[in-house]
Design a protein around this ligand. Structure first.
Ligand code: SF4
Length: 363
């Protein structure tokens, strides 16, 4: 089908329509990007919001086949940042006027750990006088833990589905109850029910993944009515079982282009959601994040994790900014974002417009 006819359908895209958009090349890709850019301008504006990221702990009870910090990887040192380090990051977020922070970690449902995270959230809220918005990304937890964290002050949660195709999901994870697809979907539903702004996302260019799978992923985001999406190209970590397929992957350029097409198609499909420009984009292309912003993304997560921990929080190889300190990151990012004619939403939480809109619809 002609790409113009697909655009006329507005948001009522079929899987086939999305497959056409995702496969765009040359002139069609240019049209796709222009359309996404215009929609972003209309619904979001040319503003980027930051979330200062702390990779709080690389301890994880799961063993996902693609992930560098999986429990089966014995070649990394495990760490958990101290309270002082976390609170120093919160202070840095305030000094840098980022408005929000993300506390990310491997998955651990031990009560001592989850209660400790509750205390940290309360402390971040207290020392910032509630000026910092807190996003969590700490994996699958019980509904009561999610609720505890929400009541402590966290209001956004990221839990990537990684692939919404159950067969592909099965290939990416060990076959046991801990890695069950339905449990993950259930977690997304619990988060929504509690009142979080819910984020999810997928990897792009995985072994065995088809373009139709990615079209299904976009429809999954829409069906689940999520508020935020973080997705990026699949990158290999050599200490993982998936590394054996590295010769079967799309080329770097193909994965990068497909990721841009995913972002642009998503912006057209879900006009007012928050979309992250992932660091994985920057790994494949030095200007990957800027390109992602130009075709629809509006969120950047500068990594503020203490340098001594970064080497041990590599979900994939060649992760950028492993040696870059917070000040360098800030200066570089500012320059780069201004260079693409975007402004930075300093001192703002940068909440998902989609969330506000859906809340209004419930009233
Ligand atoms: S992807 Fe997440 S849950 Fe899976 S091993 Fe990595 S950190 Fe743990």
């Amino acid at each position: 089908m002609n790409i113009h006819n697909i655009f006329l359908k507005k948001e009522q895209f079929t899987k086939e329509d999305l497959t056409v958009l995702l496969a765009s090349e040359g002139e069609n890709q240019k049209l796709l990007f222009e359309k996404a850019k215009a929609i972003k301008q209309q619904y979001i504006g040319n503003v980027v919001h930051f979330r200062g990221l702390i990779e709080y702990s690389n301890t994880c009870s799961k063993n996902c086949y693609y992930c560098g910090i999986r429990s089966g990887n014995k070649e990394i040192s495990r760490y958990t940042a101290t309270d002082e380090e976390v609170l120093n990051i919160a202070k840095l977020v305030m000094e840098n006027r980022y408005g929000s922070m993300v506390l990310q970690s491997g998955e651990c449902s031990n009560k001592k750990v989850t209660s400790h995270i509750t205390q940290l959230i309360k402390e971040i809220k207290r020392i910032s006088n509630n000026s910092i918005g807190v996003t969590l990304s700490c994996g699958e937890q019980s509904e009561s833990v999610y609720r505890q964290w929400f009541e402590a002050g966290a209001h956004r949660y990221l839990l990537r589905i990684e692939s919404s195709n159950t067969q592909l999901y099965t290939k990416l994870h060990p076959q046991n109850k801990r890695h069950d697809y339905q449990s993950r979907v259930q977690c997304l539903e619990s988060l929504k029910k509690i009142g979080y702004q819910v984020g999810t996302g997928v990897m792009i260019g995985l072994p065995f993944q088809t373009i139709e799978n990615l079209a299904e992923d976009l429809l999954f985001f829409k069906e689940k009515d999520v508020d935020m999406i973080g997705m990026g190209p699949y990158l290999v970590h050599k200490q993982t079982p998936m590394a054996k397929y590295q010769n079967e992957l799309l080329t770097i350029e193909q994965r990068f282009n497909l990721s841009l097409n995913m972002i642009a198609s998503l912006r057209i499909l879900m006009k007012d959601v928050n979309i992250a420009a992932s660091t994985a984009m920057q790994t494949l292309n030095p200007f990957g994040r800027e390109k992602a912003i130009e075709v629809g993304a509006n969120i950047v997560m500068p990594n503020l994790t203490p340098l001594k921990y970064r080497e041990n929080y590599k979900l994939y190889e060649d992760k950028p900014s492993v040696n870059e300190d917070a000040e360098e990151t800030k200066n570089q990012l500012e320059k780069r974002i201004l260079s693409i004619n975007h402004t930075i939403g300093y001192d703002q939480w940068g909440d998902s417009a989609h969330y506000a809109e859906s809340k209004n619809n419930w009233k």
